[in-house]
Design a protein around this ligand. Structure first.
Ligand SMILES: [Mn+2]
Length: 429
């Protein structure tokens, strides 16, 4: 089933000569700006982002889910699809798992990943659904989980998170992401203060049992599924929790989990300064938590996020954020969307590396708003596609990964091998 090097080579062959000319031309233009293209290429090659196991299945909305062809029927087929994304795009060597959707014998997971050349990034727990088939989770999360009024439900949710950590530890993961769906739909339904206190208490129970080299990320989200209040609804609540939970606790920024028009790059800047930026869930949105492909709607915003990351320098190196994609693919082939998204994320990173920071600082000090803005725009306007493609090809991937994927016939082959996919769980977190 895997994409063979022959397919990649055949696709690259007809594109290589043009690519070399384009790369050289870009190198020349960057050289005029005092930038060594090979240095940028080296950094881009080292920058990777994890794909979400749930992203390779077709997602859905609150209204319907329209399955795609050849959907993976379980975690091992999901890993096969993740390997295709990595083989062609060379930007996504790790996969972020979701428990219980991806629950399997850890040894089998490890063996499969190593056979495919993949590894595992942060683990994700799930207390936003009930798990009637799991004898360890007989109680319902309808009215909450880690912040539930009933201590027994909170204890069950804590145990589920610890089980997720245990599986993660056995497969080489080093972090747990907790997204809490707890909240209320009516004013008065929940005591806003006490719900937060209960959440902190339960998270302390989880954090106390984390392995010494693990981190725990809290992912805030403004609304949905609850529409009046959410316990960890904004970066402020997430930060308060991370402060109380101590040195292993960090905040995770999902780009879709903010009010419309919120300045996400400023949140990123604040969390870096506070030493609490744990990682990202990349995606894009137009209206809310749309979970659209990263960089597909507002690539400038993605660039501005990376501008903060690159600008932070050593402060960011100390934080080692986890970079993950979290998207729902409803109308595209998920493999194509994830290949493209990883490339868009790298594009934003590469463009941010091109910002003349010394000049920018000078314009900021001189209150020259026009030239400060223009300094960013010069970097953003630079077409770095030849650089991204060259890095990909040098690392063994495809110059045009989506074209190579289509010519491989992979989707058609898996459609035969994986008939009549049943629903593989939700697609949006
Ligand atoms: Mn997310």
């Amino acid at each position: 089933m895997r994409i063979t090097t022959d397919v990649i080579e055949a696709s690259n062959q007809r594109l290589r000569a043009d690519l070399e000319r384009d790369y050289e031309s870009l190198g020349e233009r960057l050289d005029r700006r005092g930038i060594a293209i090979d240095e940028i290429a080296r950094k881009v090659s080292a920058f990777t982002v994890a794909v979400p196991s749930w992203g390779v299945g077709t997602g859905g909305t609150r209204f319907a889910r329209f399955p795609g062809l050849g959907e993976p029927r379980g975690i091992f087929e999901k890993l096969d699809d993740c390997a295709v994304i990595q083989d062609l795009g060379r930007a996504t060597p790790a996969v972020s798992l979701h428990i219980p959707w991806d629950k399997a014998d850890p040894k089998d997971l490890r063996d499969k990943a190593s056979e495919l050349g993949l590894s595992f990034d942060a683990m994700n727990s799930n207390t936003f659904q009930d798990h009637p088939d799991d004898p360890r989770q007989p109680l319902s999360y309808k009215y909450g989980s880690l912040s539930h009024v009933d201590q027994a439900v909170r204890a069950q949710a804590v145990e589920h998170n610890l089980e997720t950590v245990e599986i993660g530890e056995a497969i080489g993961s080093k972090a747990l992401t907790v997204w809490l769906a707890d909240g209320s739909n009516f004013a008065g339904q929940s005591d806003l203060g006490r719900a937060f206190d209960r959440y902190i208490g339960a998270m302390k129970d989880i954090t106390a049992k984390l392995p010494s080299d693990w981190r725990i990320f809290s992912e805030h989200k403004m609304y949905e599924p609850a529409f009046y209040s959410t316990v960890i609804q904004d970066w402020g609540s997430s930060y308060l929790a991370a402060m109380e939970l101590g040195e292993k606790a960090f905040c995770l920024v999902d780009l879709g989990h903010h009010a419309p028009n919120v300045n996400i790059e400023q949140i990123v800047s604040r969390l870096i300064r506070a030493g609490k930026l744990g990682g990202f869930h990349f995606n894009d949105s137009k209206y809310g938590d749309d979970d659209l492909d990263a960089g597909s709607i507002d690539p400038f915003r993605l660039f501005l996020v990376f501008n903060e990351l690159v600008g932070a320098g050593a402060a960011l190196d100390a934080l080692r954020p986890s970079y993950m994609i979290d998207q729902s693919h409803n109308v595209t082939d998920p493999i194509e969307s994830l290949i493209r998204s990883a490339n868009e994320i790298r594009r934003a990173y590469a463009q941010a590396l091109l910002v003349d920071r010394e000049a920018l600082g000078g314009f900021q000090e001189a209150n020259d708003a026009m030239m400060a803005s223009e300094t960013l725009k010069v970097a953003f306007r630079t077409d770095v596609e030849p650089l991204l493609a060259r890095v990909r090809a040098e690392d063994g991937g495809a110059i045009d990964p989506i074209a190579a994927y289509r010519s491989s016939g992979y989707r058609g082959r898996v459609a035969e091998a994986r008939p009549a996919a049943r629903a593989t769980g939700g697609g949006i977190v």
